[in-house]
Write a protein that binds this ligand. Structure first.
Ligand code: BGC
Ligand code: ZN
Length: 377
């Protein structure tokens, strides 16, 4: 069975999906155990973003997976049956230099495919087959939580962008050891994370691991589980509901002063654009949320451009992730687990078997953060 989209039919559907076969020597057959759902999955269903490959009538969703290797092709060396694994999402175009060098997240042609999103079946089915290069082994002990590797890899990439770009400055505080290429940024940097969904929360966790003073804002009330997760990270939560960008930023700068880092993970385009006006000197703003609808807002373009130049500001978008970001995520999961016990588990507010897929894709409840689908034991 596959769960996802059926051509010309709205909503989430189930359909027959034959068990995929190993047809290449580098193929790995994986039995799917768990799939995490994210905003992209909900948006695909909600906005009926049908994007199957030509000639295909169905597309299984699901791009955050945890599974177990059932069988491997004759050339596979790094994996064996019984290994717990996860998988990267994007398959490169095979033409551009980034795609030819394991950086399909930076594809320059746009001719890539993505599992469960763009022209390829995802993981909401019993089995998937893929090439060894896309299958990432999960170290022992992380089986219960490694389904979060993919979303964590997305923010690993975003934070890596910050490290690389901000290494343009040697001195950001009086401690050379806190420069942007270091693991630990000291208590001398301040970040605002916009959106307390799974991505925002995972991003905040990485910022806190680097010892950044972090404020997370969202529209949910202060007693929402999202705000509780923020508190668990030793970050502060600011309720943004009903606040203008100006009011919101007032609260944040009272807390901080300098806004060194902004991480946008809400996809709320209006606020995302308005916040540019409040960036400070030498600061960096990374956008990861993907708005699905058009939206016109009025901003003072003169002020924004003037300020970006005068203040050396950087605005950068970041999408997807490659294998190296998955490996970073798998290294950071144990660090998050030991520093913020219970935080990662606490992101899953709903756990449902695959058979209850309709419920899983129905509108989220008021206290929900993330849904986990149990595909097999
Ligand atoms: C996925 C990315 C993907 C992006 C755009 C996100 O939900 O995590 O891997 O590139 O959607 O399709
Ligand atoms: Zn490419």
């Amino acid at each position: 069975m596959g769960v996802g989209l059926v051509k010309d039919k709205a909503g989430i559907q189930s359909f027959d999906l034959p068990k995929p076969e190993i047809t290449q020597p580098d193929h790995v057959l994986v039995r799917v155990k768990q799939v995490g759902l994210d905003g992209t999955d909900f948006n695909i269903v909600r906005y009926d973003l049908q994007d199957m490959a030509d000639g295909q009538e169905t597309m299984a969703l699901g791009h955050e997976l945890l599974g177990v290797v059932e069988r491997v092709g004759s050339d596979v060396r790094s994996l064996a049956s019984g290994d717990t694994v996860t998988m990267t999402v994007r398959r490169g175009c095979g033409q551009c230099q980034p795609c030819l060098h394991n950086e399909s997240d930076m594809c320059m042609t746009g001719l890539f495919t993505e599992r469960g999103i763009h022209k390829l079946h995802g993981a909401l089915s019993e089995y998937v087959v893929d090439e060894e290069q896309y299958v990432v082994k999960v170290p022992p002990g992380l089986e219960d939580i490694a389904v979060l590797t993919e979303p964590l890899s997305i923010v690993e990439k975003a934070i890596e962008e910050i490290r690389i770009i901000q290494s343009r400055m040697l001195w950001t505080c009086s401690h050379q050891e806190h420069r942007y290429l270091s693991d630990d940024w000291g208590g001398c940097k301040f970040a605002l994370v916009v959106g307390a969904g799974p991505l925002g929360l995972l991003g905040a966790a990485l910022l806190r691991l680097a010892d950044v003073a972090t404020v997370v804002t969202d529209i949910v009330p202060k007693d929402h589980p999202k705000a509780q997760r923020v508190a668990q990270l030793g970050a502060s939560y600011v309720e943004g509901h009903g606040k203008t960008a100006e009011q919101l930023m007032e609260v944040c700068t009272i807390t901080a002063g300098n806004l060194d880092i902004v991480l946008e993970a809400s996809g709320a385009a209006d606020m995302a654009v308005q916040i540019i006006q409040y960036m400070t000197r030498d600061s960096i703003y990374v956008m990861t949320g993907i708005p699905r609808e058009g939206l016109n807002v009025q901003v003072d373009a003169g002020q924004i451009v003037r300020q970006m130049v005068r203040y050396n500001q950087v605005l950068v978008g970041s999408v997807n992730s490659n294998r190296t970001h998955f490996e970073m995520a798998l290294r950071d999961i144990p660090r998050i687990v030991s520093r913020f016990p219970g935080f990662l588990e606490g992101l899953f507010t709903r756990r449902l078997p695959l058979a209850r897929y309709e419920e899983a894709f129905a509108a989220k409840g008021p206290g929900d953060i993330k849904t986990l689908i149990r595909v097999s034991e």
